[in-house]
Design a protein around this ligand. Structure first.
Ligand code: GLU
Length: 394
């Protein structure tokens, strides 16, 4: 029997988790799989953050928190937005959620009516597309390619806007391409969007600190779009706290209130211990995580060198996040290790089954020419993975 609703029938599984689960299953069977699937820092959470969580438990912190989060955490985030991004969000404009993921779906559920359009530049993070569907919206995918460093131009954006456009949803640094929009590039997009004050910009900045080009730029810094922007962030990637599920948003008050309404009915807010730890993390000087960023940067350089040596694989040099998104379309139409390669999902499956390297195919990221490799893994694993990929392709 299958009584699932149409809403769920038309929803896809998250490919990031599908592929990481496949890798886990193979490992459980004793197969030595190198998994470059999930974007999950392999560092421990900094000790001072862990200690604050232990203290909170021992102090008896255990109850429901206010639905939008502890006021102390919202105050800390308000200061962080000012300190790092020069953004003026008052604590009441900030809401804490169960990961950046929930912050995004909250916004979409708050603003999208059936049939409204959401512009999603491709490649996009797998869940954007599905969340827009869940909210009853229509995805308007704007394509890019490796040749334009996977970024959209103001002209492309302008062309995609219609009277039905409700939002633009994007990330910078980008998951999966690692591309980072410069201040000028963001400003050019902002100028177009300012002409349409009814379009909400959902700016996912979860990889803010994992940025190798210097200062992070937020689109909300441009006064002409501040009132129409939801800035999403969280502690998952920056403080290696993925499983603690703390994301947050700064936005116009009406939007924060709408998200509060949703959370009050759906989750009652985020975990209290994780929120206490997040206060410690957000209050800290971001320099305390520099060792992680440096490690990611040297892994990026290592991977760039190694992947560049493989014939047929085309790569850009990601400026942020911890993913490579190589174009492997040169292999389409070929049979490799007995696999007929039609698109990047076939390629990823071939790598998993034959080379025991787990990656995520690009189809669910909106780009069937590419695959995503997370380099949030040890140098040893990265070297081994590329060695195996090279061998499988020979
Ligand atoms: N955001 C991470 C990724 O893209 C974690 C998995 C997920 O939430 O999709 O790998």
């Amino acid at each position: 029997m299958d009584l699932t609703s149409n809403r769920i029938k038309q929803l896809s599984y998250s490919q990031t988790f599908v592929m990481s689960n496949k890798a886990r299953e193979l490992k459980a069977q004793g197969i030595n799989v190198v998994s470059l699937t999930l974007g999950e820092p392999d560092f421990n959470i900094p000790e001072f953050v862990r200690e604050s969580a232990v203290k909170a438990i021992n102090d008896g912190v255990k109850s429901y928190t206010p639905v939008p989060g502890y006021i102390e955490l919202r105050q800390s985030i308000s200061k962080k937005f000012k300190r790092d991004n020069n953004l003026d969000y008052k604590p009441e404009q900030i809401i804490i959620s169960n990961g950046g993921k929930q912050s995004i779906i909250n916004v979409l559920l708050s603003i999208v009516n059936d049939g409204d359009e959401v512009i999603v530049p491709a490649p996009y993070w797998v869940s954007y597309y599905e969340m827009v569907k869940l909210a009853g919206g229509t995805n308007i995918v704007v394509e890019t390619s490796i040749d334009t460093d996977f970024k959209i131009t103001p002209e492309q954006l302008e062309k995609a806007i219609t009277p039905k456009t409700k939002a633009l949803l994007f990330s910078s640094p980008c998951n999966p391409s690692g591309s980072v929009y410069s201040k000028d590039e963001l400003h050019a997009l902002a100028r177009i969007l300012a002409k349409h004050p009814n379009i909400i910009i959902i700016s996912d900045e979860i990889y803010e600190y994992i940025n190798y080009v210097g200062k992070h730029e937020s689109i909300a810094q441009f006064p002409e779009v501040f009132e129409q922007t939801a800035t999403i962030n969280g502690v998952s990637k920056s403080y290696a706290m993925t499983g603690w599920r703390i994301g947050y948003m700064g936005a116009p008050l009406w939007l924060t209130k709408a998200c509060d309404k949703i959370q009050g009915q759906m989750t009652s807010g985020a975990n209290c211990i994780a929120q206490m730890a997040a206060i410690t993390a957000v209050d800290a000087d971001p320099k305390v995580i520099n060792y992680m960023i440096e490690a990611f940067q040297s892994r990026r350089d290592l991977m760039f060198g190694l992947l560049s040596e493989i014939e047929g694989i085309k790569i850009n040099k990601p400026a942020g996040a911890f993913y490579f998104f190589p174009d492997i379309s040169a292999f389409f139409g070929k049979t490799i290790q007995g696999y007929k390669i039609k698109n990047s999902d076939d390629f990823a499956m071939m790598l998993l089954e034959k080379a025991h390297v787990a990656t995520v195919g690009g189809v669910s990221f909106g780009d069937p020419n590419c695959i995503r490799l997370s380099y949030a893994a040890s140098e040893e694993d990265l070297r081994e993975a590329v060695k195996r990929i090279k061998k499988a392709l020979e």
